[in-house]
Structure formats: C-alpha cells, structure tokens
Design a protein around this ligand. Structure first.
Ligand SMILES: NC(=O)c1ccc[n+]([C@@H]2O[C@H](COP(=O)([O-])OP(=O)(O)OC[C@H]3O[C@@H](n4cnc5c(N)ncnc54)[C@H](O)[C@@H]3O)[C@@H](O)[C@H]2O)c1
Length: 265
C-alpha cells in the first residue's frame, strides 16, 4: 500500500510540542516533507535534528511567535523556501493555563486568545491566501480540545479560546471550500507523555477523574492524535470539511462512571 502523504508538504506549528512532534513524525513516515514551527527555538531545532536522522532533507525548523502576524506569515514563506509550498497546515501550537474566573487577569485572558485563537487564524489566513494564488487544494487541521465543549473549573480562557477555534474551523470551511481547501479540527482528550491505564495515588486528581470517565480506559497517546491528523490531511477525507473530530477515548460522550440501573427501584 502506498504512503498516504507521498509528495505532500506539511507545516506543523507547535512542532516542538507533544502533539506537533508526533504529527510531524507520522507525516514523515507517510512520505511527506515537514516544516516544524515553534516559539521554542532550541526545542524546535532539536526536534528537526532528531527527525532528520531518519528523514534527511525532508525536515525544516522554523522559530517564531505564531500570535504575531509577521511570524505567522513567515512560517508559511520560510517553509515554502525550504521545502516547497506546503499543502497541509496543522495548527498544533497552544498554551493551556488554568485559573479561576474570579482571578484571571486581562493580560492572561488576552494571551491565551492571542496564541490559541489568533495564532490559528493567522496561519490559516497566510496559507489560504497563498493556496488561492497558487491554485493549491490544501488541507488545514486545527488542534482544538475536548475542553471546547466541556467546561471544567479554571478553564474559561482556555475552553473559550478552543471553542473559538472550532467555530472558525467551521467558518473557514464554508469560505474556502470553493477553492478546494478543506478545514477540519481534532478535539483531543487527555494526552500525557506516557499513556496511563490505572488510577493511582501518585497521579494528579484530574488524571484519575479523567481515567474514570473514559470508556476506552486509558489516557491518549500523541500518536492517537497524529493518526487522526493523517486522515484529515490525506485524500482519504476528501469530502470531509468543517468537521470536529473528537479523539478522546470517549471521555466526553457521557457519564461512564455511572452504574447500570437494572436494580434501581
Ligand atoms: N495534551 C493534551 O492533553 C491536549 C488535549 C487537548 C488539546 N490539546 C491541544 O493540543 C495542542 C498541543 O498540545 P501539546 O500537548 O502538544 O502541548 P505542548 O506544550 O507539548 O506543545 C505546544 C507547543 O506550542 C508551542 N507554542 C506555544 N505558544 C506558541 C506561540 N506563540 N507560537 C508558536 N508556538 C507556540 C510551545 O512552545 C509547545 O512546543 C495545544 O493546542 C493544546 O491545547 C492538548
């Protein structure tokens, strides 16, 4: 079977992070060339060096702050210069602070929306303009969060920024479909560096409670999200646009911890 992303070129933002790196790695394995962009210059260079060891000539590192228009534009132009015009964009950058709504400051609120929402909009805008000029039928995959539609204490700014990412995914799909451009999002559940199957006293209560509420009985792996990104970037999803794909092990589909009610009177 041929690789799903043969001859494709991807720009993956947040490429130094957990999900961005895993996505870049899987895309390379599926035949794509990948530009990884991130605000963390040292880590994004290290990731590119690591990935280049097995995929020489197909990886490029870009450093910059995606919440700034000039940097978001440069992510696209630098990727094009290094590897050719990307025809896939994955927005996997993000910040996720937690703060009670009574305490959140205007500065913290604005920074979460600037990075998560404006940053996503800016790279989508930069690449869509370039695709329309070049006649490229590209695919955008935005990483949202299960938190976009499921509130939890301390997450007002984060959930709000990701809910905004989901509606802009829908809207961009309506505007760009006429150019053959698809825009989808993935809403991941809890993904840690290591997959956890069991609750434990050492784990953060948030992790334990999430495990109890997840029908598939484990936390996610970065590769779970990357597999979904491959599908949404590849022509296997040629008729899929404006979709929000939940990859959560079922965490948000109901009250998994409730018992059967057969004996209830
Ligand atoms: N890990 C999870 O459980 C989970 C669950 C749901 C959603 N998500 C979302 O997935 C995305 C990736 O999460 P992760 O777990 O890989 O986190 P991570 O912290 O490992 O990676 C995020 C990356 O984004 C980069 N970044 C932050 N601000 C930036 C900016 N202004 N410009 C460019 N890059 C910037 C960081 O340097 C980091 O490398 C985030 O948007 C996050 O909200 C993660």
């Amino acid at each position: 079977m041929s690789a799903l992303l043969e001859n494709r070129i991807a720009l993956v933002t947040g490429g130094a992070g957990r999900l961005g790196r895993a996505t870049a790695e899987l895309f390379l394995g599926e035949g794509a060339a990948v530009a990884v962009a991130d605000i963390d210059t040292a880590r994004v260079k290290a990731v590119a060096e690591d990935l280049s060891a097995t995929h020489a000539g197909r990886v490029h590192a870009i450093s910059g702050d995606q919440s700034k228009k000039e940097d978001a534009n440069r992510f696209v132009s630098e990727a094009e210069t290094a590897l050719g015009l990307p025809d896939i964009l994955v927005n996997a950058h993000g910040i996720f602070p937690n703060c009670p709504m009574l305490d959140v400051t205007v500065e913290e609120w604005d920074s979460v929306f600037a990075v998560n929402t404006r940053g996503t909009m800016l790279t989508c805008q930069a690449i869509a303009r370039r695709w329309i000029d070049a006649g490229t039928r590209g695919a955008i995959v935005n990483i949202s969060s299960g938190a976009a539609r499921s509130g939890r204490p301390g997450g007002a700014h984060y959930s709000g920024s990701k809910a905004a990412v989901e509606i802009l995914t829908n809207i961009f799909a309506t505007e760009l479909g006429q150019h053959g451009i698809r825009v989808n999002a993935i809403a991941p559940g809890l993904v840690l560096d290591e997959v956890m199957h069991e609750t434990s006293e050492d784990a953060h209560p948030y992790v334990n409670l999430t495990l109890e509420a997840t029908p598939m009985g484990r936390t996610g792996a970065a590769a779970d999200i990357a597999e979904a990104a491959v599908f949404l970037a590849s022509n296997r999803s040629d008729w899929t646009t404006g979709a929000i794909l939940e990859v959560t092990g079922g965490t948000h589909c109901g009250r998994t911890h409730m018992p059967f009610t057969r004996q209830l009177r």
